[in-house]
Ligand binder design. Structure first.
Ligand code: HEC
Ligand code: HEC
Length: 153
């Protein structure tokens, strides 16, 4: 099986959005009906609302936090810039369509929560599966892959 190679997604990776791309994104966002975005995967009993905040996750245009910050004239990305990025691994999402896999299958976190970042990411005392931190994000692959890789548990 070919090994998927993960790119370095350092939030400082330079990338610039063109003015017409920014206008397009602004229009898309303005036209968007502000509501809870939800993925239901009934078979696995998963309800994920991550995209209520991560609105750019499935945007085909590459949006980095740095590009978002630059578009609003800031030098450094803030947490909103970091939340609005497009998914750093669009190819991975083609292989694992979020409509079928949702987000928390790979990332963990509390998919239903929308009231705060801490709750959504499962970083509080009543949630057993907090978001995998950046340095072991690939741990999420094991949720499924350990069943298909011989010799691993
Ligand atoms: C209430 C809004 C909100 C919800 C809901 C939310 N997030 Fe986030 N998320 C954020 C914000 C804001 C950031 C940027 C935080 C920062 O960089 O300080 C972020 C950052 C992240 C990161 C990057 C973390 C890192 O270590 O750099 C990942 C991955 C992520 N979210 C995944 C998810 C997943 C998966 C879900 C659903 C289970 C989810 N988020 C739900 C707001 C949200
Ligand atoms: C098949 C597994 C998988 C699915 C499904 C998935 N992701 Fe990811 N995601 C990853 C991996 C792996 C990375 C790290 C990629 C890298 O470093 O190149 C990542 C990175 C991210 C980041 C950037 C984190 C950072 O460090 O800057 C965010 C935000 C994020 N995902 C949100 C989401 C959201 C929202 C969904 C649902 C729409 C989702 N992901 C679905 C595997 C997945």
């Amino acid at each position: 099986m070919p090994r998927i190679k993960f790119r370095n997604t350092s939030p400082t990776t330079p990338f610039k959005l063109e003015p017409n791309q920014i206008d397009g994104l602004i229009k898309k966002t303005a036209d968007d009906d502000p509501k809870i975005q939800q993925i239901n995967v009934a078979d696995a009993n998963i309800v994920d609302r991550c995209e209520s905040c991560h609105m750019g996750a499935r945007e085909p245009l590459k949006i980095t936090a740095v590009a978002m910050a630059a578009a609003s004239g800031q030098k450094k990305p803030d947490e909103y810039d970091r939340a609005f990025t497009s998914h750093p691994e669009p190819e991975l999402l083609k292989l694992h369509d979020p409509e079928k896999f949702a987000c928390s299958t790979c990332h963990q976190g509390n998919g239903r929560a929308t009231t705060s970042i801490e709750k959504a990411h499962g970083n509080y005392e009543h949630w057993l599966w907090p978001l995998f931190p950046r340095e072991n994000v690939e741990a999420g692959c094991q949720n499924c892959m350990q069943r298909s890789v011989p010799g691993q548990r």
